[in-house]
Write a protein that binds this ligand. Structure first.
Ligand SMILES: [Fe+2]
Ligand SMILES: [Fe+2]
Length: 275
């Protein structure tokens, strides 16, 4: 049995006392161990929610980061402080400085810790190839190719040779859990694009995709794009249940729920899925 609990999300389940913030974190427990996927935006909310859920950072053997953005890496400090034996899994481009350009100003939105400091405090596993964190629990590595739409934000940039360029989101990865009944795909922000991520998973792992969780970055998707996503989900991934949160967006969630009914569920902080 595997249990996936949402620790931090833009929304929190009612009557739980859990806080919400723009960010994401999951706690994943398999028969072989416990790991954390992303840390939300702030150490305060991340630590408080873990406490309310009776989950202990010291019990986790590993922490995987979906990508560098502050809303996924902001609680890293408390994780490193409370657990000095964490193995950290992420893409090799994690430490590329990343910026948001708004109102004429570039603001840093990447990971707040340097590679030197992080590698002095944890066992760092950076790779653009898939990495096995626990038996049957993998990072996807870099999502490539990307024939479908990516989950882009027009104001995200990196700096290359002194010039501003759109962030290619090379660091964006998801997790794949292999179960006896099929594959569970756990997304962070899905900047690589939901359909690109699913296609990549289909090509690199065997079995049907039975569940998709997390942020799908559909919040700014137009209706034509959503219709294409829905049609593709219907034809290529007919077994998949969707547990959506974070950057999926209210309207896109409602569109998919309207189309697929019970197959689409919200997954706020405090929600739990057993497989
Ligand atoms: Fe992001
Ligand atoms: Fe995000």
């Amino acid at each position: 049995m595997t249990k996936i609990t949402c620790v931090v999300d833009n929304n929190a389940a009612e009557k739980t006392g859990l806080q919400h913030e723009h960010g994401l974190s999951f706690w994943i427990e398999t028969e072989d161990g416990k790991i954390i996927f992303d840390t939300g935006q702030t150490s305060a909310v991340f630590a408080r929610n873990l406490g309310l859920l009776n989950l202990k950072i010291q019990d986790a053997t590993a922490l995987a980061l979906s990508h560098a953005h502050y809303d996924h890496t902001g609680g890293l400090e408390v994780a490193l402080t409370q657990n000095e034996h964490l193995k950290i899994y992420a893409h090799s481009d994690l430490f590329q400085p990343r910026y948001s350009f708004r109102e004429g100003e570039y603001r840093s939105i990447g990971i707040a810790i340097t590679e030197e400091e992080l590698s002095s405090r944890a066992e760092l596993h950076l790779s653009d190839a898939p990495q096995e964190i626990l038996p049957n629990l993998w990072t996807t590595g870099e999502i490539f190719p990307r024939p479908e739409a990516e989950g882009r934000s027009a104001h995200h940039f990196i700096r290359v040779d002194g010039k501003w360029q759109p962030d290619p989101y090379r660091d964006d990865l998801s997790l794949v859990l292999q179960t006896s009944v099929g594959l569970v795909v756990i997304c962070g922000c899905c900047h690589a694009g939901l359909l690109n991520t699913l296609l990549y998973v289909q090509q690199h792992f065997s079995g049907p995709i039975i569940s998709i969780l997390g942020g799908t970055h559909l919040r700014s998707a137009r209706e034509a794009a959503l219709k294409h996503v829905a049609k593709t989900l219907e034809t290529r991934y007919p077994d998949a249940e969707l547990y959506l949160n974070h950057c999926t967006g209210k309207e896109s969630h409602a569109f998919l729920a309207n189309r697929f009914g019970e197959r689409v569920k919200a997954f706020p902080a405090g929600a739990m899925l057993e497989i």
